[in-house]
Design a protein around this ligand. Sequence first.
Ligand SMILES: Nc1ncnc2c1ncn2[C@@H]1O[C@H](COP(=O)(O)OP(=O)(O)O)[C@@H](O)[C@H]1O
Ligand SMILES: [Mg+2]
Length: 361
Amino acid sequence: MLRRLSLVNFKNIAVASPEFSVGLNCFVGENGAGKTNVLDALHYLSMGRSAFGMTDRQSVRHGEEFFVVEGEYLLDEGRSLGVTCSFSASAGKRVKADSKEYERLSDHVGVVPMVMVSPADAFLVSDAADERRRWLNAFISGLDRSYLQTLVRYNAVLAERNRLLKSLPAADSTELLDVLDLQLVAHGDQIHRRRAEIIEQMQPLVARYYAHLSDDREEVEMSHRSEVALAPREKDITNGFTTSGVHRDDIVMRIGGHPLRRYGSQGQQKSFLIALKLAQLVIVSEATGEKPILLLDDLFDKLDTGRVERLLSLVVGQTVAAGQIFISDCNRARLEDVLQRGGREYKLFELRGGELISEIL
Ligand SMILES: Nc1ncnc2c1ncn2[C@@H]1O[C@H](COP(=O)(O)OP(=O)(O)O)[C@@H](O)[C@H]1O
Ligand SMILES: [Mg+2]
């Protein structure tokens, strides 16, 4: 859990140093107050970067030279850990754990895991396959470093193969293509297996959490669609690129047997997204031995009251048993209502124009 946070010059927040509850922590405030920025700071502490594709420089408060985000964690094994992430144009980005700087950022990922659900994730259930692949790749890479290495190799071979296909006909290219094909299939096979495994692990969890959220009124499924085999070479030569392979994989999501993307309402898509992220949380928790922090950004919009309540009962109750939770919402009355029913220790913070005004008990 995150006990204390300290922010300096992070986005629209000049300084803030809130102390958090072990249970629920909520941020209320108007649009633009800085609620999402605080959550993004927590993302920085876990992942070393913004959740929203902002560069480090863009995350420095306008007119300032640097930002510092510090978090004091109490790990599940009982030890405390101080994590610092700082950036300045001159010194670049630095991530430290207990004042010791990491050589590689990837070494830090997974140390203080978190799972975030935000409106910016809507693309995961609504858009094209490449976004889902990107998410799945990041998710699996966080659990398994060798997956990331295989992925990097696969992409390098793929790029080379595509270059070659574009420049055909060239002398002695057949032999090179033979070699590249072998490599592509070997790496692709490993990637395929790991993805299939994870999706198989997630499927029953997603189905269960979704059923709970919808009060057993709707049923969803997810499965892995993969093109692990390469297309006949003539086809790729005609097209001038690699038309088949795991770089075309997708996660198929269905509601009541129909594609979620087309037939799911906004609320249903959002519920699916939540079920997906909760499944991720459980898997990360089992894999790392550290319960991820759960961040719910502006989540209650587009969900009816019943779903909001069932969501809270899921994360607060025994089903998912999430660790510490951070929630942002612009509707204070709704949030207070939800908190009082939640039956768990909570703290409420108000943000106004980048100022963390008060802690309301
Ligand atoms: N680097 C920055 N410096 C100063 N303000 C910033 C910076 N980045 C974003 N902001 C401001 O933060 C505000 C958005 O904050 P956000 O946390 O998204 O609000 P909300 O409370 O609605 O979630 C906007 O007013 C935006 O201009
Ligand atoms: Mg926001």
